[in-house]
Design a protein. Structure first.
Ligand code: ARG
Ligand code: ZN
Length: 895
């Protein structure tokens, strides 16, 4: 049993750093075994009196430390496990530190590490301290000059932030590069890359005519797969100019793909390092979804250059300041790319596809987080390990909170607010409040007498609010009253609080429309104006709005475009949902209506299965799906979303107690029903959704492929006699990875035939040399029905498997533990999970902590799962040595 617990860091304990550090000079003798770093740091006092200088460091060997050129004796500094403290006696002084780190032994992939035969750094959040002793905090900003020395043959390319000043050869086959970054930055944006790479580049011009060299570096031999990434980078640059007037401030913008990377990518100034899965794509190895994801992540990191780098975070509690805002920006970028060249309803439907995908992600990843032991506001109040707070809440809910400000201010107002934010804070490290202040300065002009005071509570409150809707119709007055009531139950540690945590009402923008019984849009009148969509601003626990000119009792279209990250509660008959699914003019709400209808059906099935019943087939849903399938006005991409059932994890969240096996069975059963009942329709959708000619990832062709793949999997689910033949034909005849994967996953998920097994080994034979494709191969098997712990253990023995590569660990172990509900929810599944958390923790705490979160919501399961999960968690907690990352997760889960 462990007794040592890491200290909890509180948001309110923030203290400014007592020194400024305007100039940083770093010189590296790069070597995978031992890299020597000489740091020369010029400090200036920023407070009264001589304060001790406390520097962070981790896994470093100290060789020497000097102040103003005088080496310090061992009794002149205090060296502790993770700090080095000096006692300077001057207002301005230079510190020289020489230290050694060991990239080869660094499996955490934070700080300087080895990937293949290359060297990379990852510094956010607190990785810089693994490179040298330093004030490792985002509010200390400096100009960097960097010298890199390394073996020229092994590391022909030496990169760091900013501009390359000079490159020259040294004796003994080594060479040297000098880099200088003119923009002051916090150390988390520092980067070094060394190795041998392919490079694809393009000379771009910014809107004011400045030349900018755009480069994408990748493993030798993979340069053929970076065309799309470079295109995405150029489009990101143009989009930020067009949509927000933000221009690139660099002469050179580099992206480097790393095979081993903890997260998606990192926005280091001028030298972004990416997980190779978000860079490399060609038609034979990447799916349409991968192309879209690359676009989103390249956009995201590029947009950080303004929202994150030019204006950064004062402290890590403010993480959502840059992440929520930048996710919002990348979501808008993706939506604009989907809607390119379209207008009116077509553009709206194209953008809705992105909105639907983003809201699904929010519901699958963030809603459960917000209801579990790790629940936290988008601006957390405390943490033990900041690496654990790169969460769906900070990112995705954070983006929703930005989006609500966009909704409240409108596009122009939001842009004006953003301009004000940069006017006030360019070059600074600031807080979420500073951002809202800038937005509020615009909001108050448009809404005299009002402000964003209540809105700010979104930054402080955890939990998903619920908004209950009540409708009163007055037939005589042709008026209706809509009452919204909000509540937010205690979550996470709030549940343990006595007296209970106060959760005051939030400011919720609630977009609403009305339809008549024939499905035609009504234009309800509020305060004298008639509108298709009304934006209600709910700021109190309960508010009522009265609409005029409503000729009949309306069908409400609620929370259009998902105008707030809340759960809507409204009792209504299935017939209303069917009507909305067929006619709502808001494409998001229309999708939502179909999803709710399906959810009702699925939850009823889960209930029936639990009672051992086999309920009759459902006609309402089948008829709704039939009509949608036949609706020629819908785009294929939209149709594919509308006709997909809610994800298992979304459903799981709605069962109480959680019933993973019931959810899997119910979903499988309903898919089989829909597949069989609509077989002719699926078949004709399959045959008519032909993307013509050469592969292109454009939204229209991708939409056709996704509808076609859905139709195929529904035919397989419905056991159509031709389905397997079609799937095998599609698999072997595929001209791109989307079609190939679509066919293979339809096979693997629905068939046990020898032909299916053959296709899977064919896939292996063909793609075994491509790591990203092998990830797909592992993931497909990890999530397949029938896969057990034994299957996964066997796959772990495959020579291509390695726990050290995060992508590989994610594709097999995470996929099994988190996305194969049927496979993992047994005592042996839980034991396997605990074992893997522990094994990973030895190598890579950040990755281990992510896996450790798989069963955050253990207490919401029924017996025997609940007790089995508890003992699995306990078995992790009982370990002698756990990282701070995993310890925080497990202790919170067991509270
Ligand atoms: N700032 C990066 C992004 O949002 C994420 C980096 C987080 N890194 C980490 N090791 N936790 O793109
Ligand atoms: Zn980010």
């Amino acid at each position: 049993m462990r007794t040592d617990t890491a200290p909890t860091i509180s948001r309110h304990d923030y203290q400014p750093y007592p020194y400024r550090l305007p100039q940083v000079k770093l010189s590296f003798d790069l070597d995978p075994a031992r890299t020597r770093v000489h740091a020369q740091l010029v400090f200036e006092s920023a407070s009264a009196g001589w304060q001790p200088l406390v520097l962070n460091g981790q896994d470093l060997e100290l060789e020497s430390v000097a102040i103003d050129g005088r080496p310090l004796r061992a009794d002149e500094y205090v060296l502790q496990a993770e700090t080095l403290t000096l006692h300077p006696r001057a207002d301005r002084y230079t510190v020289d530190i020489v230290s050694v780190c060991k990239p080869e032994q660094n499996s955490s992939l934070m700080g300087l590490y080895v990937s293949g035969s290359q060297l990379f750094t990852q510094c956010e959040a607190e990785g810089f301290r693994r490179i040298t002793w330093f004030p490792d905090r985002p509010d200390v900003m400096s100009q960097y000059q960097v010298v890199l020395r390394a073996d020229k043959q092994k590391y022909p390319l030496l990169l760091s932030n900013g501009n390359l000043l000079e490159q020259r050869d040294l004796p003994d086959g080594r060479h040297e590069a000098r880099w200088e970054d003119p923009h002051p930055k916090p150390c988390y944006l520092f980067a070094v890359v060394a190795g041998d790479f392919d490079c694809r580049e393009e000379q771009a011009r910014t809107q004011s005519g400045r030349p900018a060299l755009l480069q994408v570096y990748s493993d030798r031999g993979s340069g053929g797969k970076t065309l799309w990434a470079l295109e995405c980078l150029r489009r990101s640059l143009e989009w930020d100019e067009r949509r927000f007037g933000l221009e690139l401030d660099l002469d050179r913008f580099m992206i480097v793909a790393a095979r081993d990377f903890n997260m998606g990518a990192m926005e280091n100034k001028g030298l972004n390092v990416f997980n190779s899965s978000y860079v490399l794509a060609d038609k034979d190895t990447a799916t349409d979804a991968a192309y879209r994801a690359i676009e989103a992540v390249i956009g995201h990191e590029y947009f950080h250059n303004w929202t994150g780098n030019r204006v950064t975070c004062r402290d890590w509690f403010q993480l959502s300041l840059k992440e929520g805002l930048t996710v919002f920006r990348d979501q808008e970028f993706s939506a604009d790319m989907l809607a390119q060249g379209l207008s009116g309803a077509e553009a709206a439907s194209a953008r809705a596809v992105k909105r639907i995908d983003d809201v699904s992600t929010l519901r699958i990843a963030q809603f459960p987080e917000d209801a579990g032991p790790m629940a936290h506001p988008i601006r957390p109040e405390s943490y033990q390990e900041i690496g654990n707070f790169y969460t769906a809440t900070v990112y995705e809910k954070g983006a929703e909170v930005i989006r609500m400000q966009h909704t409240l201010l409108g596009e122009e107002g939001f842009r004006a607010g953003l301009e004000e934010y940069f006017r006030r804070h360019d070059g600074q490290a600031v807080t979420c409040d500073d951002f809202v202040d800038a937005m509020e300065s615009v909001y108050v002009q448009k809404h005299p007498g009002k402000n964003l005071g209540v809105f700010r509570r979104w930054y402080a409150q955890a939990g998903t609010p619920r908004v209950a809707v009540d409708l009163r119709y007055d037939a005589d007055a042709h008026a209706c009253a809509v009452t919204l009531t909000q509540r937010c139950d205690p979550v996470g540690i709030e549940k343990l609080q006595d007296p209970p945590a106060e959760k005051p009402p939030l400011h919720i923008p609630f977009a609403l429309g009305m339809l008549d019984r024939s499905g035609a849009a009504l234009k309800p009148e509020l305060d004298g104006t008639a509108r298709d969509t009304v934006l209600l601003e709910l700021r109190e626990a309960q508010q009522t709005w009265t609409f005029r000119n409503v000729p009949e009792r309306p069908v409400l279209s609620l929370l259009r475009n998902f105008s707030a990250p809340v759960i809507v509660e409204y009792e209504r008959p299935d017939t209303e949902l069917m009507l909305l699914a067929g006619h709502d003019t808001d494409p998001f709400a229309r999708w939502e209506a179909g999803q709710e209808l399906a959810t009702r059906r699925l939850l009823a099935l889960v209930g029936a299965l639990r009672q051992g019943q086999d309920p009759a087939a459902d006609t309402a849903l089948v008829e709704t799906w039939r009509r949608l399938l036949g609706d020629a006005a819908l785009t294929p991409a939209y149709k594919a979303r509308v006709l997909s059932l809610p994800a298992e994890k979304e459903l799981l969240e709605k069962t109480s107690p959680m019933d993973p096996l019931g959810v899997v069975q119910a979903r499988r059963q309903l898919r089989a029903q829909l597949g069989a009942a609509l077989a002719p329709e699926w078949l004709s959708a399959y045959h008519s959704a032909q993307d013509a000619g050469d592969y292109s990832p454009d939204p229209l062709s991708a939409g056709l492929r996704s509808l076609k793949n859905l139709a195929l999997s529904m035919l397989m689910a419905g056991a159509h006699p031709q389905a397997e033949t079609l799937a095998l034909e599609q698999y072997y005849g595929a001209g791109n990875m989307t079609a190939r994967m679509g066919a293979l996953s339809a096979l693997v998920n629905h068939s046990k035939s020898p032909e299916c097994a053959q296709a899977l080994s064919h896939f292996y034979e063909q793609w075994q040399h491509d790591p990203l494709v092998m990830d797909k191969w592992f993931a497909l098997q990890a999530t397949a029905p029938g896969t057990t712990v034994e299957t996964v253990r066997a796959l772990m023995l495959h020579p291509a498997f390695s726990l050290r590569n995060p992508n590989r660990a994610r594709s097999l172990i995470f996929q099994f533990c988190m996305n194969n509900l049927e496979g993992v929810h047994h005592a042996d599944g839980y034991a396997f999970w605990a074992e893997q958390v522990i094994a990973l923790d030895e190598l890579n705490p950040e990755i281990a902590a992510r896996l450790a979160r798989a069963f955050d919501n253990w207490a919401r399961f029924a017996e025997p799962q609940r007790s089995a999960l508890r003992s699995a968690l306990q078995s992790i907690q009982d370990r002698e040595k756990l990282s701070r990352n995993v310890a925080e997760i497990i202790s919170k889960a067991l509270k």
